[in-house]
Design a protein around this ligand. Structure first.
Ligand code: ZN
Length: 472
């Protein structure tokens, strides 16, 4: 398309975006009051919803994860009849019909969670002790369901309160949310907390640790800053200027991380030898913060894992040997997977339950090697001008306009457009198929140098990318 055509269309799209977005949001302002009672093992949550004008109110906990807080008492809406309960894609939700007199303003809702463990098992479970409430927001907050993705991203005012003597580290300021999608990925940590704060590359990085630790927490905070700046250089503006990393002890020996929001990473950790969370885990969770889109698991987790290792290497937290060793270990797990010659990623997604140990999934381990192979493909075919990070940035640019869920075919189309070529054979063999991937050492050989990241693009570039996507 000619440049002129591009920008004429661009003007039309801006107008339609501005006129259609606000009307699709039936909601509102959300005020949560959270009252933990460690002795009783319960957390009471009161929610006031201001400005709601939908026909029926649907409250949802949009997470199918087990162990994220057990609901002890169904939500009750003051003045409305009991809600109808069902489960959609594994996520429970309650539907309340509008009362005959119409909705009150605010609508007052109450529900209760039972949390019987003092410490969480992993980074997406919960713990409630005398001085600790650890809960990813998906465990704590029911939210009104939004009808469209645009509404999920639209600005919704959210305010919340914990008991006065509890401190919260969540990486955001009050009223800073854009939409319920952000709220649902936010970390809640309260109690006696050791904090370290760093300013670097235009970002504030807060690190908060609860509990007794034998390793140096400052060093962990410094590593996080190095990773943050390397990721920012490579993947662009993350859309936030503040992020928080929280660390709490696990109930059992294990190590686990979770991206708990656009601002927050939660680490739940305890190893018998007292060692710290690995650079690989930190990098993996950090790179998730640069993933403003949803994608199939092999991309969201596996390709993420590879890119995170590459960025940790670029940040000089992994030397060349350590980098290759990590990839070799991932490759060995992939090759040991008994299903690797029978299952595509789609076959696996149909056959196995979600949320098992990541070593058991082709999506994680083979996905990482696919990430390395895709990076190589892009770089070799463009003489080093395009790499995986460029593709990643494009995918994020489109997420800014509500294009959030990428299918494998959309990723393949975008990659093909970037290199002005065809990547169907690659995706056919390795993503949709079960062909054996080359070994990491082979995939790392004779690569052109990495491209210099492009300068940050402003809004116009994003709109142009959006238009291109709608035309494709
Ligand atoms: Zn992950």
């Amino acid at each position: 398309m000619s440049r002129l055509g591009h920008y004429t269309l661009l003007a039309a799209v801006i107008v339609s975006l501005v006129t259609t977005l606000p009307g699709e949001v039936p909601c509102c302002e959300l005020n949560y009051e959270v009252r933990p009672d460690p002795t009783a093992g319960v957390v009471d949550v009161s929610l006031a919803v201001y400005g709601f004008d939908g026909d029926s109110l649907v409250l949802v906990r949009p997470s199918a994860r087990p162990l994220v807080g057990l609901l002890a008492q169904d939500p009750e809406v003051k003045g409305a009849r009991s809600g109808r309960w069902d489960v959609v894609d594994g996520a429970p939700r309650w539907t309340f019909a509008q009362p005959d007199r119409g909705w009150s303003d605010p609508i007052r809702i109450h529900y209760r969670l039972a949390i019987t463990a003092e410490e969480p098992v992993n980074a997406w479970s919960v713990g409630l002790g005398p001085d600790l409430l650890y809960a990813p927001a998906e465990a704590l907050f029911l939210t009104p369901e939004m009808p469209t993705q645009a509404a999920m991203h639209a600005r919704v005012k959210i305010r919340w309160r914990l008991p006065r003597d509890w401190e919260v580290v969540a990486g955001w300021d009050e009223y800073a949310f854009h939409g319920v999608r952000s709220l649902l990925r936010t970390n809640v940590l309260a109690g006696s907390i050791e904090q370290h704060q760093r300013e670097a590359c235009g970002m504030t990085v807060e690190f908060a640790a609860q509990g007794e630790w034998t390793f140096d927490r400052r060093e962990l905070a410094d590593d996080m800053v190095a990773l943050t700046c390397a990721a920012r250089h490579r993947l662009g503006d993350p859309g936030i200027d503040r992020l928080s990393i929280t660390l709490v002890p696990a109930r059992f020996p294990m190590t686990s991380g979770n991206r708990n929001g656009p601002h927050a990473i939660g680490l739940v950790h305890r190893l018998p030898d007292g060692s710290r969370p690995s650079v690989r885990l930190l990098a993996h969770e950090l790179v998730h913060l640069w993933q403003q889109y949803d994608a199939p698991l092999w991309f969201q987790e596996g390709v993420n894992d590879y890119l995170a290792l590459r960025i940790a290497h670029e940040a000089e937290l992994l030397d060349g040997d350590e980098y290759v060793d990590h990839l070799a270990a991932i490759d060995a797990t992939y090759r040991a997977n008994p299903h690797r010659q029978r299952w595509s990623f789609d076959d696996e997604a149909r056959a196995v339950p979600a949320y098992g140990p990541s070593d058991e999934y082709l999506a994680y381990r083979k996905g990482a090697i696919v990430g390395l192979a895709l990076d190589r493909e892009l770089r070799l075919r463009t003489d080093g001008e395009i790499d995986l990070a460029v593709l990643w940035r494009e995918m994020n640019d489109l997420a800014a306009w509500g294009h959030v869920r990428w299918t494998a075919n959309e990723i393949s189309d975008r990659a093909a457009a970037l290199i002005d070529g065809n990547v169907n054979p690659f995706f056919g063999r390795f993503v949709h198929g079960t062909a054996d991937l080359p070994r990491p050492r082979t995939l790392l050989a004779d690569l052109p140098p990495l491209p210099e990241p492009r300068a940050e693009r402003g809004g116009l570039g994003r709109v142009a990318a959006f238009i291109q996507a709608t035309l494709d």
